[in-house]
Design a protein around this ligand. Structure first.
Ligand SMILES: [Zn+2]
Ligand SMILES: [Zn+2]
Ligand SMILES: [Zn+2]
Length: 169
């Protein structure tokens, strides 16, 4: 097997600011190709470009930032195009919507079905995805007690990442 999916879901929780981000991007795009193939979906150049722009860094990116970046790159793009691409990518689990930032991050392990928790750093702005099963289950159970059926959940927490804590004065 040449699968790169042996990473544990929480593997990027140890990510440092000076990590090899090219590797994150390469892995994300490779995963995206596989997910699309498995789902019979097409990663068109436009969708791929939106995904690449989201993976520019680990800082959540807003739809209008993406639009601006596409226009800067000489592409013709309008808001509906970007929103449709975001919807497509989110639908396949390739990106997660970060409600508190009104922005998106790339998912680091889209091959496995999961309910994400995201740690948002107030210092560098980076988002780190973790997956703690008991949180997801607790939320689902608590909601069920109220007769509420959760369709989708992303838990967001803010604070300071390890790097930002160590550089804080
Ligand atoms: Zn990275
Ligand atoms: Zn994810
Ligand atoms: Zn930080």
């Amino acid at each position: 097997m040449s699968s790169a999916d042996s990473n544990t879901p929480a593997s990027n929780a140890n990510r440092d600011h000076d990590h090899d981000h090219g590797k994150c991007v390469a892995e994300a795009l490779a995963s995206a190709e596989r997910v699309c193939e498995a789902q019979g979906a097409r990663l068109t150049p436009q969708r791929r470009q939106v995904l690449e722009l989201i993976w520019r860094s680990h800082v959540p990116v807003g739809a209008y930032e993406i639009l601006d970046a596409m226009r800067d790159g000489g592409r013709r793009a309008d808001p509906p195009t970007v929103y449709r691409a975001l919807e497509f990518l989110a639908g396949l689990g390739l990106i997660h919507r970060i409600s508190t930032r009104n922005a998106f991050i790339g998912c680091s392990h889209p091959m496995s079905e999961h309910r994400a928790q995201v740690l948002l750093c107030d210092g560098c702005g980076q988002a780190t995805e973790i997956e703690i099963g008991t949180i997801a289950q607790g939320l689902t159970d608590g909601a069920a007690d109220l007769g509420f059926a959760i369709a989708d959940q992303t838990v967001e927490a803010s604070g300071l990442c390890r790097s930002c804590q160590s550089t804080a004065h």
